[in-house]
Design a protein around this ligand. Structure first.
Ligand code: HEM
Length: 272
C-alpha cells in the first residue's frame, strides 16, 4: 500500500485512483533515492574509506576537497556520507509494512532520521555560510530556506510523536521527508528538465536565472504543494478533487521518472 495513502478512507474509484497514484510516485521515488544512496556509497564512500579524499573532486563540485582545509573537508565528508543514511532512513519511515510489523524499528529509524535531518541541515548551512560553498546568492538563499524548513518540520514531527498526536505526526513526518529530499528533488528536477528539453534550456552556470530559481525554490516548494493537495484530496468527500490530485501525482511521477533516469544516466553512472 502507498505510504502516502496509508490512512486514507479508500472508498470508491476516485479514492483508489489517488491511492494508486501515490503508490506509483513513491515506487519511482524509492528507485531514484536508492540510486542516490548507491551513488553516494560507491563514489564518496569508497574514496573516503580508501583515503582518496582528493578523489571527491573527480566529478564536478563547487568546492568538495580543498587541500589544507581540514575542518571544511571533515564537515564535507560527514555531510555527504550521512546523506546516504538520512535518505535510507526517510525511505524506511514511509514504508507502512515496517511501521506495522516492527514499530520499535520504526521509532528508532524515526529518531535517527530526525536527528540526521537536523545534522544535515546544520552541516549544510555551515558549508554554505562558513566555508562559502555556493554558486549564486539566489541559489544559496533557496537552499538556506530549505535548511530552515528541515529544522522546523523535523522539530514539529518530533513534538507530535512525543505527544502521541499521531495524525499530526504523520503529516509533519511526510513534510519533513519532502524537505529533506529537497536536494534529491533538485537533481531530479534539473535532470528531468535537461532530458525533456534535450539540453540545459534556460539553465545558467551559477544557477541564478529564472529557470534555475524555479528549480531551486521549487525543489521543496513544489513537492510540499503536491503533498498538501494530496492531503486535502484524501480528506475531501468529493470525487473530483481526488481525481484532480491523482492526475497531478501521476504527472509528478512521470516527471520524477524522467529525472531519475537523467540523474542515474548522466549525473552518477559516468563517475562510477
Ligand atoms: C538533508 C538533506 C541533504 C542531503 C541528502 C544532502 C546531500 C548532499 C550531497 C550528496 C552532497 C555532495 C554533492 C554532490 O555529490 O553533488 C552535498 C553537498 C553539499 N551540500 Fe548537501 N545535502 C542536504 C542538505 C543540505 C542543505 C540544507 C544545505 C545548505 C544549507 C546543503 C549544502 C551543501 C553544500 C554547500 C555542499 C557542498 C557542495 C560542493 O562542494 O560542491 N546540503 N549534499
Amino acid at each position: 500500500m502507498s505510504p502516502i495513502a496509508s490512512s486514507s478512507p479508500s472508498r470508491g474509484p476516485a479514492a483508489k485512483a489517488l491511492l494508486w497514484a501515490g503508490l506509483l510516485w513513491f515506487l519511482i521515488a524509492a528507485v531514484g533515492q536508492t540510486a542516490f544512496i548507491g551513488f553516494i556509497v560507491a563514489y564518496y564512500g569508497v574514496r573516503t574509506a580508501t583515503g582518496n579524499f582528493a578523489g571527491w573532486n573527480d566529478k564536478p563540485l563547487i568546492d568538495g576537497y580543498i587541500a589544507g582545509d581540514d575542518t571544511g573537508n571533515i564537515v564535507f565528508a560527514a555531510h555527504v556520507l550521512l546523506a546516504a543514511v538520512v535518505t535510507l532512513g526517510g525511505l524506511m519511515q514511509l514504508i507502512p509494512a515496517i511501521r506495522r510489523r516492527w514499530p520499535g524499528l520504526h521509532r528508532w529509524t524515526g529518531r535517527t532520521f530526525l536527528v540526521l535531518a537536523i545534522v544535515m541541515a546544520l552541516s549544510g548551512v555551515w558549508l554554505a555560510l562558513v566555508r562559502g560553498t555556493y554558486l549564486s546568492t539566489i541559489s544559496n538563499v533557496a537552499i538556506l530556506i530549505n535548511a530552515v524548513l528541515i529544522l522546523i518540520f523535523a522539530g514539529l514531527a518530533w513534538r507530535h510523536a512525543v505527544a502521541r498526536r499521531f495524525e499530526q505526526h504523520r503529516k509533519w513526518a511526510m513534510r519533513t521527508f519532502m524537505v529533506v529530499s529537497g536536494v534529491w528533488f533538485l537533481r531530479v528536477g534539473l535532470m528531468g528538465w535537461i532530458v525533456l528539453n534535450r539540453g540545459p534550456a534556460g539553465l545558467t552556470a551559477d544557477m541564478s536565472g529564472l529557470v534555475d530559481s524555479v528549480m531551486t525554490f521549487g525543489s521543496y516548494l513544489i513537492p510540499l504543494a503536491v503533498l498538501e493537495l494530496y492531503f486535502v484530496a484524501q480528506r475531501s468527500s468529493g470525487a473530483l478533487l481526488k481525481i484532480l490530485a491523482a492526475v497531478v501525482v501521476v504527472a509528478a511521477a512521470a516527471y520524477t521518472a524522467l529525472g531519475v533516469f537523467g540523474t542515474a544516466a548522466f549525473m552518477w553512472a559516468p563517475y562510477l
